[in-house]
Design a protein around this ligand. Structure first.
Ligand code: UDP
Ligand code: MG
Length: 169
């Protein structure tokens, strides 16, 4: 086992196997309002990534602008700020091999109207402005976003007794 320490996002890599990563997930205001937080957690647990951190947080404008800094100036930005600050969100860190892409594929395409059935967005949404869930789009974004929402001591790396049957770790 080779251990990598960058900003805490890449954890370790087994030989030439997948890198163990951390990623930020948000159950967004519409998911919280609709009582779909548990569904989102269940789907990620069932897929096999490990929940490593969790808190409810009411995002203020400053945090919203930092989290979505890549979208400043886009036509949907003002609406996105209003939406993401409209109710509390449930912020989570999930960990596991290739966690960033595993979470993204579990979420589905950004526009729920185009997301595949079987994905969270494809099963529960229709509207791009209310797409239920956020997941970091790269290991680099994950590192930046996790730092915005969590202190290192609020994140736990742990393993299940039968971990090798789930992630191979
Ligand atoms: N969004 C929107 N309208 C758009 C594109 C994006 O309201 O035309 C919102 C939506 O909530 C999306 C977020 O902005 O999840 C961030 O957009 P991004 O392209 O990063 O999508 P994601 O990474 O969330 O799939
Ligand atoms: Mg994004």
């Amino acid at each position: 086992m080779r251990y990598i320490k960058d900003n805490g996002t890449r954890i370790s890599v087994r030989g030439d196997g997948p890198v163990t990563e951390r990623t930020l997930v948000l159950a967004k205001p519409d998911a919280v309002a609709r009582g779909l937080t548990g569904e989102i957690i269940s789907r990620l647990e069932a897929r096999g990534v490990r929940l490593a951190g969790l808190k409810m947080i009411w995002i203020d404008e400053d945090l919203a602008k930092r989290h979505y800094s890549a979208h400043v100036g886009k036509p949907f930005f003002e609406g996105l700020l209003k939406y993401i600050t409209s109710l509390p969100v449930v912020a989570m860190v999930w960990e596991g091999p290739s966690a960033v892409s595993v979470v993204r594929s579990t979420m589905g395409a950004t526009n729920p109207a185009q997301a595949q059935p079987g994905t969270i967005r494809g099963d529960f949404g229709m509207d791009i402005s209310n797409n239920l869930v956020h997941g970091s789009d790269s290991v680099e974004s994950a590192g930046r976003e996790i730092e915005l929402f969590f202190k290192e001591e609020e994140i736990y790396s742990w393993k299940r007794p039968h971990e090798k049957y789930i992630t191979g770790e």
